[in-house]
Design a protein around this ligand. Structure first.
Ligand code: SAM
Ligand code: ZN
Length: 300
């Protein structure tokens, strides 16, 4: 994986049945519960404004209750529409369609950010992390989940010659187009390069094994996972890893004004109307479509 100079490709979830085809009734209650345990452990008790990068249909958004405002960023408007349907419309939740490679927010806007089950779609991880750092305030918390290529099942499959790629090799593996698994050391190095300091690592979903999931109730299995997640500080052999990192830039805690940054020109002066935001710098007009700020492509 080399950082791209052109615009990286996007894994487009527009119109996908992610909620119903992947989660609801699909036998993943264990993973969902285990992820919630990890997230609860890593989240700060509260804060002003949290950015959920790749929020999808808002599966985890209600976990951010300690924050005064939650901004859901996702490239898919149909996913955001589903989030809006169950979270409702209020100042508390802001729905933004946009690209994590060029998030439409001013610098240092957030004191917290999460990115769960999302960075595995990134061709250019360094760029995503630089952007996460840019929009986070000094000392802001970043919680990142990523898919671990060096997990126990992958190691066994490799040793039994059932998997061609080497789980110990540092570079990411693209096992399906725009779906990457990452080596924990490789991801840690990219976080450091982006000026993040890793504070805590939890390993998650140790028991993602069909037989166990069939025989043991999801709550019990997730509780058992919760008991061993802390071992992530020493070794990481589970399929999912959660990291809490802090970013080290200096400056004022949160910006006094400004919210959106034009993804086309970087401008931050706007003319607002009920249905549209017009950039005073470059003239690009971005739709506000039934409660969703749409920064995917300008109106003209
Ligand atoms: C597997 S889903 C995870 C959703 C949610 N975080 C969860 O755990 O349920 C990945 C999400 O990333 C979003 N995504 C993929 N590429 C993106 C990009 N370039 N910018 C913003 N969102 C993106 C997709 O639209 C999708 O909703
Ligand atoms: Zn502009």
């Amino acid at each position: 994986m080399t950082p791209t100079t052109e615009t990286p490709a996007i894994c487009d979830y527009e119109g996908s049945g992610y909620r119903t085809d992947f989660w609801e009734g699909q036998g993943r209650e264990y993973e969902d519960l285990a992820e919630r345990i990890a997230l609860r452990r890593l989240l700060p008790p509260g804060g002003r404004r949290l950015l959920e990068i790749g929020a999808g249909f808002g599966r985890l958004t209600e976990m951010y209750a300690g924050f005064e405002q939650v901004v859901l960023l996702d490239y898919s408007k149909s996913q955001l529409r589903q989030a809006q349907a169950h979270l409702g419309r209020s100042e508390r939740y802001i729905y933004v369609a946009g690209d994590f490679y060029n998030p439409p927010f001013v610098d240092s806007l957030f004191d917290g950010a999460t990115m769960i089950r999302t960075i595995h779609h990134a061709q250019d991880v360094p760029l995503v992390l630089r952007q996460a750092r840019r929009v986070l305030a000094p000392t802001g918390t970043f919680i990142l989940e990523f898919a671990n290529k060096r997990h126990l099942k992958a190691i066994l499959r490799y040793w039994l010659h059932r998997q061609p790629w080497n789980p110990f090799a540092l570079e990411p593996v693209e096992f399906v187009e725009l779906n990457f698994d990452f080596h924990p050391k490789w991801m840690a190095a990219r976080l450091h390069e982006a000026d993040f300091t890793i504070e805590r690592r939890l390993t998650v979903s140790h028991f993602r094994v069909s037989l166990l999931k069939r025989c043991i109730p999801a709550r019990l299995l997730a509780a058992a996972d919760g008991l061993v997640q802390w071992t992530g500080a020493w070794w990481q052999l589970s399929p999912s890893i959660f990291i809490r990192a802090r970013q080290g830039k200096s400056g004022p805690p949160l910006p006094a004004d400004g919210f959106f940054r034009c993804p086309r020109c970087g401008g931050r002066d706007w003319q607002y109307s009920e249905t549209m935001l017009a950039c005073k710098t470059c003239g690009a007009r971005w739709a506000i479509d039934d409660g969703i700020y749409d920064f995917k492509s300008p109106l003209d």
